[in-house]
Ligand binder design. Structure first.
Ligand SMILES: *Cc1c(COP(=O)(O)O)cnc(C)c1O
Length: 415
């Protein structure tokens, strides 16, 4: 018997494993093997023909990866999952499976830099039509759906500008037009703890497991979650033949270790980030803060509807433009200047010159990624230390807007 609970926290620790079937080992063994011996040649033939279940080569499946996949499926409230060597491995394996020359994919205007590049500088060169629209305005979507549309893809909240898309509304509209169009959500920013897009009508969910799932900044990995048939198609074509982006068993084990504390970590990420966002909002050197938990944020209501918490990611802009922002970043002591996100360490980076530099400056402008934007992944340190570091760096390097200062001081006094 394999253990299953109704609760996220318990499944993240126990689901799908029985120590007694594994010599009592509390922690699942890591199957360090590339290939699997067949009992007879006929058995091997039957596995290759898909007539018999079993593992035969680790690029396709491996028991350690299977356990991670089963756990992720249950946490995302889906049938099935597939582990890959990176988030980009998950995205490319999936899209190569469902798109052919002449097909159309509708994507949100704001996408992670490498996803944008794969679509615009990659798939587009192979005859796939890529249509960028603002999916937070779902009415605009209607006029772009055609008989050639195969996939609708978005992130929510989007990397880097924190824009949210209404998963339920978009999925309903797309499926009303054509059941077979895959609605794919990159759920990296939320992790399955904060949002389950499939429960809102999406077909497939993608994760960069490098981020919150691994959670410790020590690996690169990805996952795709969805129904059995889609996942099997991605496994046997997109992953096996098109990308070969297979995950190493040791990394699967490290992700399962991360999953055990995912709920706890996400709660603390959310708690710390809300405090940091409020601090930034009240600071006279800060021009604008985007965080789903701020009641002033454009997508706050939607965040309350489709997220269980507001997450650990914040973007902000300071007065004095990019130059002041860069000076502020260089002044930080504890907060690390690094890309990636979802780690225990608080990380800060500048999308225009780093994660989103695969957009041309013109593309960034038309896709809503301003040059002054600074992205913060709020970590698990004491929030007092995070606030202190930000405060000294802002006070040192960024001019305070006078109007803003008076306004903010006045409202601080009132509060
Ligand atoms: C990091 C990231 C990716 C890419 O994942 P890798 O594991 O780095 O390949 C994709 N989407 C989002 C939203 C990300 O933040």
């Amino acid at each position: 018997m394999k253990y299953q609970s109704n609760n996220f926290e318990t499944n993240a620790i126990h689901f799908g494993y029985n120590a007694q079937e594994n010599e009592g080992a509390l922690t699942p063994p890591v199957h360090f093997t590339s290939t699997f011996a067949f009992e007879t040649a006929q058995v091997g033939g039957e596995m290759f023909a898909g007539e018999r279940e079993g593992h035969f080569y680790t690029r396709i499946s491996n028991p350690t990866l299977s356990l991670l996949e089963e756990r992720m499926a249950i946490l995302e409230r889906a049938e099935s999952a597939l582990a890959t060597a990176s988030g980009m491995g998950a995205i490319t394996s999936t899209l190569w499976t469902f798109l052919r020359p002449g097909d159309e994919i509708i994507v949100d205007k704001t996408l992670y830099g490498c996803t944008f590049s794969f679509l615009n500088h990659g798939l587009a060169e192979f005859g796939v039509k890529v249509i960028h629209i603002d999916l937070s305005d779902s009415q605009g979507l209607k006029q772009h759906l055609t008989k050639n549309t195969r996939v609708v893809f978005f992130e929510t909240p989007a990397n880097p500008n924190m824009k949210l898309v209404d998963i339920r509304e978009v999925s309903a509209m797309v499926h009303e037009f054509n059941q077979d169009i895959r609605v794919i959500v990159d759920n990296t920013y939320c992790s399955p703890f904060l949002c389950n897009p499939i429960a809102f009508g999406a077909d497939l969910v993608i994760h960069s497991a490098t981020k919150y799932l691994g959670g410790h900044g020590d690996l690169v990995a990805g996952l795709v979650v969805g129904n059995k048939d889609d996942i099997q198609a991605i496994r046997l074509f997109g992953l096996k033949d098109m990308t070969g982006a297979a995950l190493a068993p040791l990394n699967a084990m490290l992700i399962m270790r991360g999953l055990k504390t995912l709920a706890l970590r996400m709660e603390r990420h959310c708690e710390n980030a809300l405090k940091v966002a409020k601090f930034l909002q009240s600071h006279p050197s800060v021009k604008e803060v985007s965080y789903p938990g701020l009641s002033s944020f454009k997508y706050h209501n939607l965040a309350q509807q489709q997220m269980k918490g507001f997450g650990g990611m914040i973007t902000f802009e300071v007065h004095g433009g990019l130059e002041a922002g860069i000076a502020m970043m260089n002044q930080l002591n504890m907060i690390q200047r690094a890309v990636s996100l979802g780690d225990a360490e608080t990380l800060i980076q500048h999308p225009a010159s780093m994660t989103h530099s695969s957009y041309t400056p013109k593309e960034r402008l038309s896709h809503g990624i301003s040059d002054g934007l600074i992205r913060l992944s709020v970590g698990l340190e004491s929030v007092d230390d995070i606030l202190m570091d930000l405060k000294q760096a802002l006070n040192c390097c960024v001019p305070a807007s006078l109007d803003d200062k008076t306004d903010k001081l006045a409202s601080a006094e009132l509060a």
